[in-house]
Design a protein around this ligand. Structure first.
Ligand SMILES: [Zn+2]
Length: 181
């Protein structure tokens, strides 16, 4: 069993888009992410992206196109010297009531089954309450909020403040440096 670092995609790895990420042109990798992911390759963690993409169920982008964007993102990270071991995507919309849309833990469980992960020893980094809740619901050992993406606004929400204390970091680099053992 491997520990994993679970990363949300939009807001942690790439910029959030109010009108969804629909094409590769909408993808802008956040400035510290490529060096941070490259440094991660020396650690014994699986690196896993978990992402809600309701734009698929809303008919704004095909499943195939969404998967292609994920593949290109993986390729870009690899080209920069990093690695992604898996991307797990929920294509549904909230009222589909699926098991995989965060804050539900389904995506994390899919990843754990596929990659043989030890969730207790794993880390989850997200920019939204729903990311943190998914981590808690799945039993991920360490969860953290980053202030990129929606993080700054989410950190101020009452729901986030009412959750048990969890660390908050400016960006992915700071979160990874602090959370690794
Ligand atoms: Zn789903």
């Amino acid at each position: 069993m491997y520990p994993a670092v679970f990363l949300d995609r939009d807001g942690v790895i790439i910029k959030n888009r109010p009108t969804y990420v629909r094409t590769w042109d909408d993808v802008e990798i956040l400035p510290d992410v490529l060096p941070a992911l490259t440094r991660m390759t020396t650690r014994p963690y699986k690196i896993v992206i978990i992402t809600n993409q309701s734009a698929v169920a809303r008919g704004l982008i095909s499943l195939r196109a969404a998967e292609k964007i994920n593949q290109r993102l993986t390729d870009a990270i690899k080209k920069a010297g990093g690695r992604i071991d898996g991307i797990f995507m929920c294509p549904h919309k909230p009222d589909d009531n699926c098991e995989c849309r965060k804050p539900r833990p389904g995506l994390i469980f899919q990843a754990a089954d596929t990659l043989t992960l030890d969730l207790k020893r794993s880390i989850l980094i997200g920019d939204a309450l729903t990311d943190l809740q998914a981590g808690l619901n799945a039993g991920v050992g360490k969860i953290a909020l980053v202030l990129t993406g929606r993080g700054l606004q989410q950190a101020q929400s009452l729901e986030v403040q009412q959750m048990k204390p969890f660390p908050v970091f400016d960006n992915l680099t700071q979160a990874l440096d602090a959370l690794y053992e």
